[in-house]
Design a protein around this ligand. Structure first.
Ligand SMILES: *Cc1c(COP(=O)(O)O)cnc(C)c1O
Length: 391
């Protein structure tokens, strides 16, 4: 299953894992099963959608305001601004904290491309540093030597659902007068030293792409911040820069979350902690079952709560292992096969060397993980993985 979706996430449930070349007798296990998730909340979702249809308040309006309040509270944050996607959330967060054309922004290359795209879209230059080889989040020891007079911000990515090491990052930022924008697009609900992601930096960006831990039924995103000036600017920017109709204070965009998505997200937000707990207990099963295997399992640091957006192991001969798994109907995936500095869209970085990012990209393998996955299915994935490694 080579997915065309931007995240490489298999959307559409069981169908995703049943390729034409599937062999063996085991039942297929998809990477993500959105159909099972919808089935578990169908009644409430349908009611919420009907409510919006009856109100005909499709843009902004009550549902969006309520979702913003509920999501901000969930993140232990004062403000949230709901926007059209996670990429837009990152871009608007960067603009809101004052990142501008010509600036440099320090971030990672081992991430989904949108992290870099958002920096590029404000006219700034991403400065890629390597990741820590155990957590796959930004290597904090590499940040300071890349700071120049043009650096204005750091964008740590809470990759796969585990927060980056925020304390040293915030310390470096305050010593150098830099802003910190968290890319929390994979980490809804994760905690660092007890505090929710989204409340740690100057601002944060979340994605509600359907396959994320909190996913809409279309595109969506949010900016969270405790700073009322940044909040004000983000709220203006996503709605043509207008405070009141036809009073445009900023050159803004059209990047609003629509009310149907807000209504869906309000239903799902109430389940998010339960779903994250289910993800964590499935991750424990994988950890236990893979303890003595040749696969390197993820390291969850004790000072952080990992919400397992993805369960990523590292294996030698990864492409072979992936092929074998997929041929047996196991919807494994790769996040991400190519670090951003190796993508043709970012060819200007072709001479940059980031050894850890490059190695992780060649060995990373995402196993099926979603709240509705059964323990027996997880064990079956492990058996297939062991066989694939030995084949
Ligand atoms: C999903 C994601 C984004 C972008 O979100 P979209 O809603 O797809 O625009 C950005 N950064 C990371 C790390 C992501 O996983």
């Amino acid at each position: 299953m080579k997915s065309d979706f931007p995240m490489g996430v298999a959307i559409g449930g069981a169908r995703a894992a049943t390729g034409p070349d599937r062999r063996g007798s085991v039942a297929p296990v998809p990477l993500v099963d959105l159909r099972a998730n919808y089935a578990s909340i169908k009644h409430e979702i349908n009611e919420a959608i009907q409510r919006v249809l009856d109100s005909t308040a499709f843009i902004l309006g009550e549902e969006v305001v309520a979702f913003e309040q509920e999501f901000a509270a969930y993140c232990d944050c004062r403000h949230a601004v709901a926007v059209a996607s996670g990429t837009d959330a990152l871009q608007l967060a960067l603009e809101s904290v004052g990142v501008k054309a010509g600036d440099e922004v320090i971030t990672v290359s081992h991430t989904f491309v949108a992290t870099a795209v958002a920096v590029t879209r404000v006219g700034a230059t991403p400065i890629f540093v390597d990741v820590d080889p155990t957590t796959y989040t930004i290597d904090v020891d590499q940040i300071e030597r890349r700071i120049t007079p043009r650096t204005s911000a750091i964008v740590p990515v809470h990759l796969y659902g585990q927060p980056a090491d925020m304390e040293p990052i915030l310390d470096i930022a305050s010593r150098h007068g830099l802003k910190v924008v968290e890319d929390a697009c994979q980490a809804h609900g994760a905690r660092y030293k007890g505090r929710r992601v989204g409340s740690l930096g100057d601002a944060a960006a979340f994605s509600f792409y359907p396959g994320k831990n909190l996913g809409a039924y279309g595109d969506g995103g949010a900016i969270t911040t405790n700073n009322s000036d940044f909040h004000d600017r983000a709220a203006l920017l996503r709605n043509y820069g207008q405070r009141r109709k036809y009073e445009h204070e900023l050159k803004g965009y059209n990047s609003r979350l629509d009310s149907l998505q807000a209504a869906v997200l309000r239903v799902k937000l109430r389940r998010l902690d339960d779903w994250n707990n289910l993800r964590a207990s499935l991750a424990r099963i994988y950890n236990d079952e893979l303890r003595d295997s040749a696969a390197t399992t993820p390291v969850a640091r004790v000072d952080r709560t990992h919400v397992y957006h993805l369960y990523v192991v590292r294996v030698a001969e990864r492409d072979h292992v992936l092929n074998v798994l997929q041929s047996r109907g196991i919807g494994a995936g790769i996040h991400y096969p190519t670090p951003v500095h190796r993508l043709s869209a970012y060819a200007e970085y072709r001479d940059l060397r980031l050894p850890v990012s490059e190695k992780v990209a060649s060995e990373a393998l995402s196993l099926p993980l979603f709240p509705e996955l059964q323990a027996a299915q997880a064990r079956q994935v492990v058996r297939s993985l062991m066989e694939a490694i030995q084949s």
